[in-house]
Design a protein around this ligand. Sequence first.
Ligand SMILES: CCCCCCCCCCC/C=C/C(=O)SCCNC(=O)CCNC(=O)[C@H](O)C(C)(C)COP(=O)(O)OP(=O)(O)OC[C@H]1O[C@@H](n2cnc3c(N)ncnc32)[C@H](O)[C@@H]1OP(=O)(O)O
Ligand SMILES: Cc1cc2nc3c(=O)[nH]c(=O)nc-3n(C[C@H](O)[C@H](O)[C@H](O)COP(=O)(O)OP(=O)(O)OC[C@H]3O[C@@H](n4cnc5c(N)ncnc54)[C@H](O)[C@@H]3O)c2cc1C
Length: 560
Amino acid sequence: MFVPAIKGQGTEEQQKKWLPLAYKFQIIGCYAQTELGHGSNVQGLETTATFDPMTDEFVIHSPTLTSSKWWPGGLGKASTHAVVYARLITEGKDYGIHGFIVQLRSLEDHSPLPGVTLGDIGGKFGSGAYNSMDNGVLRFDHVRIPRDQMLMRLSQVTREGKYVQSDVPKQLLYGTMVYVRQSIVADASKALSRAVCIAVRYSAIRKQFGSQDGGPETQVLNYRTQQSRLFPLLASAYAFRFVGDWLNWLYTDVTQKLEVKDYSTLQEAHACTAGLKAVTTSATADAIEECRKLCGGHGYLNSSGLPELFAVYVPACTYEGDNVVLLLQVARILMKTVSQLTSGKQPVGTMAYMGKVQHLMQSKCAVKTAEDWLNPAFIQEAFEARALRMAVNCAQNIGQASNQEEGFYERSPDLLEAAVAHIQLIIVTKFIEKVHQDIPGHGVKEQLQNLCNVYALYTLHKHLGDFLATGSLTPKQGALANEQLGKLYAQVRPNAVALVDAFNYTDHYLGSVLGRYDGNVYPALYEEAWKDPLNETVVPEGYHEYLRPLLKQQLKLSRL
Ligand SMILES: CCCCCCCCCCC/C=C/C(=O)SCCNC(=O)CCNC(=O)[C@H](O)C(C)(C)COP(=O)(O)OP(=O)(O)OC[C@H]1O[C@@H](n2cnc3c(N)ncnc32)[C@H](O)[C@@H]1OP(=O)(O)O
Ligand SMILES: Cc1cc2nc3c(=O)[nH]c(=O)nc-3n(C[C@H](O)[C@H](O)[C@H](O)COP(=O)(O)OP(=O)(O)OC[C@H]3O[C@@H](n4cnc5c(N)ncnc54)[C@H](O)[C@@H]3O)c2cc1C
């Protein structure tokens, strides 16, 4: 994040100076924005950067305990520099949050520089899984930096101390977060596909119950409950991969537009990166835990790879923006778009469907049979109607409040659900678009179409309340969707292992005894057990000190 921050907020000159040093690891940088007292509320950050015209320097200071930088990855022990986000003060006026390059440690002996106090913030969730990352704490005691270490692409301070705002949207200050959020969506797909690969392969070799007259027991992958829990996660892994590819295209397109000062798609980029990051990371975190449960007791072993994958993954729901905070950002943009519908301004991009408000507010889903749900047009329209009607309902309810902000606050739980509906529509739309493309490989397109329908109908089934409450579907149509879902699971089953083999993960990368490509799980589990340090001695440490006295005492008592 140190590098994209300098790329996005540094001048050409600053990029030329600092980026080569970072690329060659002559300096190691981190992104120091979050503080002990503020993470979500960036505008609430307290660290100060006060310009001193006498010396042409900024004085970086931590005025309160809560202004201590807290969480930045790499800050505690590894980084020599940081992009520090602080309140820019010049000529006695606070101009809000800006980025500054600050050296933290000596390049000679790595010791903290004068006025800099820093360290690691301590152990984190998951017994050490994330402890390889030195998330740090950092305090400044009036540390001076040259004026030219203020990142000056978006705004400047002159030698005389005058603040100059460039003619670019101030939201570009948040550009680094947008970049990482879009990469987190692709990362969600990778993490989810790893968990699903483990769970599908293990479900194919695990047999429990169901043997007829002494024959083999039943593969748990053949149980409909196992399929109804696992195949939607398999479909989600593919869905998030495709929407992540599209989001990367959108991000690249927006970045190219910014180069020519075209800011028309900045809001779209923010809504899509924030919303897709929130929805895909929440779904993936829940899915990894579900994959652990799908593997029964062995899923709880570290050698399954799932506990560590879960522990390392779940902070994704929080870092780079708390998912609720990000979805409320999407909700704000939805409300703004709805309010503009009456002005005749046509929504564009992923909001374009809202322009069909007259149709979608009264459309009746035409599905009559379970097979009708295989028609992408029916799926698309159902998801559009649900999302639009939820957004319009929120806007109408907010409109009845005494003031907009109060109304937004009161209705924020409903707004959250409307934002999720909008983002799920994007995911479904991009999956449908993907399977409409030419896809090489015999039978591959059909399998992806099955997974697209599984993702869409599973999501519809899981959120059926929204569809019914908004009148987008009838209960009968909801039941037909569920009926079709069951048929789809049967079609996915024969190809389930092939669909996870297609992720092409090596056993090393997968890191799971349960997910081995050769399926030779039981000997591997047994072999792995003996590597447990507890098995280095046959009689456990502590026997003589604790167990033996207890056993002897109980033996005596039993003879009294
Ligand atoms: C490379 C592979 C990697 C894969 C794995 C990834 C590993 C990652 C490791 C994780 C490291 C973690 C790093 C971090 O966590 S860094 C810190 C992250 N912190 C956050 O995300 C903070 C979240 N908070 C915010 O973004 C802002 O505070 C918030 C947007 C919530 C509020 O902003 P603000 O207070 O300024 O005000 P408004 O809500 O009123 O917004 C004002 C207008 O600005 C628009 N806006 C807001 N954000 C953006 C944006 N990012 N881009 C564009 N526009 C934005 C907003 O819509 C308002 O617009 P209008 O005025 O038109 O309504
Ligand atoms: C593993 C990890 C790595 C990190 N790496 C970095 C890093 O490298 N650099 C960096 O700067 N930061 C980093 N962070 C910090 C991270 O960005 C913040 O923790 C994150 O943005 C959440 O902010 P917060 O902690 O203030 O949460 P809070 O906002 O305090 O969230 C607490 C609760 O309040 C709710 N809430 C907050 N505001 C609202 C609102 N307006 N409406 C409704 N509900 C609200 C949230 O939904 C949540 O339920 C990292 C964090 C973690 C866990």
